[in-house]
Design a protein around this ligand. Structure first.
Ligand SMILES: [Zn+2]
Length: 466
């Protein structure tokens, strides 16, 4: 297959300007950019708490919680409140812009713009977007994995496989040519809201486009890439093998990794964690740990109260560094992580916080019958040995009542009907009441993400975290 260069793709029929593409995706286009965050705001690698508490309007009322410079940064940070999505919605943009900077100047110069995240109304926020800062964040995060870092040293192409919903608006749904979905070095593969509805025509189109585009990286929502991988293996369609696969957008389950490794044998698979609000926060290194991107963020982990179990696990609170246009302090992005118990990572990187893994979203926790928290990762690890599992969802309807819906390889009904309740009893307790239903209709939420577990009652974070 002859190699098609990016400039040739620009000339493919149907090419149009990238006016509908959100900046958080366009940001990946710019590997050579030289970020020019103003010199007057250079607090990289450490938080200048004084500057934030006095110079950023929203945080001035937090000053009363500050223990002062005679205490360590860790102690001072732990006494501060948590910044919520509700705070963001109520105070964007001016509340989070450093007083030395004026939004109207930033908008006028094109340095910043307003951007909405996708997701449910409860999840959605609007942020002040600074493309230069995002580029800096992405480049720094790539350095935390050797395979990614090598690719980022030179021009490269990325194919993106996730929901076609961008910024809360539909931008790649329905028919669009490969040219219309190619922006610079990025190809957006998916055109369908629900990947479980992909038909043979969709699968063939995506495999053919991968062969034409020949990406160095496939950046994917793990659930979407797992569905594509399995469909190609069953249909016998050869899949183009990139240099690296980056999983992001949602929690990567063992059932996703299984399908992806079968379809891409020997290709490095890297998990990357971040968000539109916070930039790139953690990158998985080649030995499997997750390293914090110390260039553009500071991370605190707020642990669960003792009665909820899971020592070492807590919610991820992110403070952004070096971006005067959108200063976040202890922002609760809604996800959980487990702090690493090993002193040193075999990869040799030692800067910043290291975590063993992302534990899933807080809103997706469930509880065992003794009231201890079961994170998505805990549940998923328990189900790892069930190789036939393709999709699942555990819904907790009461302190002792659980319904599991699952989809599995054909011919495995009888075996799984026995083994799944056994596993769930180990996870949730012997006295758990468990109903298991085989179900072929497990579809993503409106945001395009699949939900692996949840309770039917609302959760109150203030009662759970220390
Ligand atoms: Zn490492």
């Amino acid at each position: 297959m002859p190699e098609i260069m990016t400039d040739q793709i620009h000339r493919l029929p149907g090419w149009r300007a990238a006016d509908k593409i959100p900046p958080y995706l366009l940001g990946k286009n710019n590997y050579r950019s030289t970020p020019t965050i103003p010199d007057s705001y250079t607090n990289d690698s450490k938080i200048d708490l004084e500057q934030t508490l006095t110079g950023v309007p929203f945080y001035r009322h937090w000053k009363v919680y500050d223990r002062g410079p005679s205490f360590s940064l860790e102690d001072r940070m732990s006494e501060l409140p948590v910044l919520t999505k509700r705070d963001l919605r109520a105070n964007v943009p001016n509340g989070f812009v450093h007083e030395k900077y004026k939004c109207k100047d930033g908008f006028a110069s094109g340095e910043i713009e307003m951007e909405s995240t996708s997701g449910t109304a409860e999840d959605r926020v609007t942020v002040v977007w600074c493309q230069k800062w995002w580029d800096k964040s992405e480049q720094a995060a790539a350095r935390l994995n050797t395979a990614l870092n090598t690719i980022f040293q030179s021009p490269h192409r990325e194919a993106v496989l996730t929901t076609p919903l961008c910024s809360g608006n539909i931008c790649h749904v329905s028919e669009a040519t490969i040219g219309e979905r190619t922006i610079g070095n990025l190809l957006f593969l998916n055109q369908t809201l629900d990947p479980t509805a992909w038909d043979n025509r969709n699968i063939r189109r995506m495999t053919e486009e991968l062969n034409i585009f020949q990406p160095d990286i496939i950046e994917a929502d793990p659930a979407y890439l797992a569905i594509l991988s399995r469909a190609c293996l069953i249909a016998g369609y050869p899949l183009y093998q990139p240099k690296c696969i980056v999983l992001t957008y949602e929690f990567p389950s063992h059932m996703h990794y299984r399908q992806i490794h079968r379809a891409f044998p020997g290709i490095p698979v890297v998990s990357s964690y971040g968000s539109t609000e916070t930039g790139h926060v953690f990158t998985q290194c080649e030995t499997g740990s997750f390293h914090q991107n110390v260039v553009t963020c500071h991370v605190d982990i707020q642990h669960f109260n003792e009665e909820f179990g899971n020592p070492g696990v807590g919610r991820i609170l992110i403070s952004t560094l070096g971006n005067p246009w959108f200063v976040l302090l202890r922002y609760d992005v809604g996800d959980l992580a487990s702090v690493s118990s090993i002193d040193r990572c075999p990869c040799g990187r030692s800067e910043g916080l290291r975590i063993d893994g992302i534990e899933g979203r807080f809103r997706d926790i469930t509880f065992d019958t003794k009231g201890r928290i079961v994170t998505v990762k805990h549940l998923d690890d328990a189900l790892e040995s069930i190789e036939a599992l393709l999709q699942y969802k555990v819904v907790q309807t009461g302190p002792q009542h659980f319904s599991m819906y699952y989809e599995a390889e054909p011919g495995t009904e009888h075996r799984l009907a026995d083994v799944l309740p056994e596993i769930l009893h180990i996870v949730y307790g012997k006295n758990a009441v468990i109903e298991i239903s085989r179900n072929s209709g497990l579809v993503p939420e409106q945001s395009g993400k699949f939900r692996l577990a949840y309770t039917t009652w609302p959760l109150r974070g203030e009662a759970i975290f220390k």
